[in-house]
Design a protein around this ligand. Structure first.
Ligand SMILES: [Zn+2]
Ligand SMILES: [Zn+2]
Length: 386
């Protein structure tokens, strides 16, 4: 499986490309990188890799649901280190090994495209019924404070998800009612269709739309779930937020998403955290940054100042002759490393806190001080502007 590839880039289409655009781009590339269109062994190897990429991208972008999921989750998963998580199903389903090796030299591109556009990857010519499907992965956006992210917390969240209907136990049939064979596909779950396209005519096998590929139809649907076998329920879940989590990162809860169909695995739940900004601190990795104003005299003479940290005030010694813009570092006063090893630092930059109103006495002293440095000072007379 390719890591964090931009599928739109792979197919050379824009993010808002239509289904037709995507199909067209895929056909063009599939022709170009088809193994049989290559002249040397080396080209063939390169083309195979590319061909797989193209197929992977197309398998996601051509499927409305997978595309929506990819658009929604793509970047967040990368940030959180969940590369590819959540759509393990859709990827890698296209078996390339049959091409160019076992099937002989003369492969008709329409066969390949037929299998791609038809009943799903690897399903060409097969009358296999639709198997179990994994339930959808869900995303929940959770707002937390800066401190909660720094120290970790517990939160109750209400998640609305599809669960197995308890009345029919997921079968969709009213208890006691019969399940009959689908008349459209004769119980095969698949129907053969012939399509005329710019690439020529080819036939493919599609999932039966009447029975959804099951080959069977429920005679009397379950009243509680209207025959779907699933019902929407809201569950309260207690989420443990680890110390050190950052804005945009996600916590994955395996098996807490939508229930699967026909015994398929349950989807996962991703809690994506949105961390509110702090009044004083900003964050850089596990370090926290701040700007503090220090009295002029403290910067000149040096001395102890009180500075805020996430764990309360601490004393800090400012050296004599500190310039505005100097940055100091306090070790281990940052944020807990989420991977469990140590803490970040607090870094703060100092600025001069220039007093706005001095009385005459204070001005006199300052002027006298300045004169000792050889500076010429003529303080404004009080009341000049009155
Ligand atoms: Zn039911
Ligand atoms: Zn059917």
């Amino acid at each position: 499986m390719a890591e964090s590839k931009d599928y739109y880039e792979v197919l050379g289409v824009s993010k808002n490309a239509t289904a037709d655009d995507i199909k067209r781009a895929f056909r063009k590339l599939a022709k170009q990188y088809h193994p049989d269109a290559q002249h040397t062994e080396e080209d063939k190897k390169k083309a195979e890799v590319k061909f797989k990429e193209i197929n992977e991208a197309y398998s996601v972008l051509s499927d409305e649901n997978k595309r929506a999921q990819y658009d929604r989750f793509g970047s967040n998963f990368e940030q959180a280190g969940f590369n590819g998580a959540g759509y393990g199903n859709g990827f890698g389903g296209f078996d390339f090994s049959g091409f160019g090796n076992g099937m002989g030299v003369d492969i008709d591109l329409d066969d390949i495209l037929g299998s791609v556009f038809g009943g799903g990857f690897g399903g060409f010519g097969s009358s296999k019924k639709q198997g179990p499907t994994k339930g959808a992965d869900l995303r929940y956006n959770l707002n937390i404070t800066f401190e909660e992210a720094a120290f970790g917390t517990n939160k109750d969240v209400n998640v609305s998800r599809q669960e197995k209907c308890d009345m029919c136990n997921g079968s969709g049939a009213k208890p006691g009612s019969k399940i009959i064979t689908c008349d459209k596909c004769g119980g095969r779950g698949k129907i053969q269709i012939t399509q005329n396209t710019i690439m020529g005519t080819f036939s493919s096998v599609k999932t039966c739309d009447k029975c959804g590929g099951e080959g069977k139809i429920v005679e009397t649907p379950c009243e509680k779930c209207s025959g779907k076998g699933t019902i929407r329920r809201t569950r309260k879940l207690n989420i443990n937020i680890p110390a050190g989590i950052d804005n945009g990162q996600a916590i994955s809860l395996s098996g807490e998403g939508d229930v699967g169909k026909k015994g398929g695995a349950t989807g996962d739940l991703f809690i994506v955290v949105n961390v509110a900004p702090h009044k004083i601190f900003t964050r850089r990795g596990f370090d926290i940054l701040a700007n503090f104003k220090i009295p002029y005299s403290k910067m000149v003479l040096g001395g102890t100042i009180k500075i805020p940290t996430l764990e309360g005030e601490i004393d800090f010694d400012i050296p004599e002759g500190t310039n505005a813009g100097t940055t100091f570092k306090v070790r281990d006063k940052g944020i807990q490393n989420i991977h469990g090893r140590g803490k970040g630092n607090l870094e703060f930059t100092v600025d001069v806190d220039i007093p706005k109103r001095l009385n005459d006495r204070q001005k006199e002293i300052l002027a006298e001080f300045a004169s000792t440095l050889g500076e010429e000072v003529s303080p404004k007379k009080k009341g000049f502007f009155r």
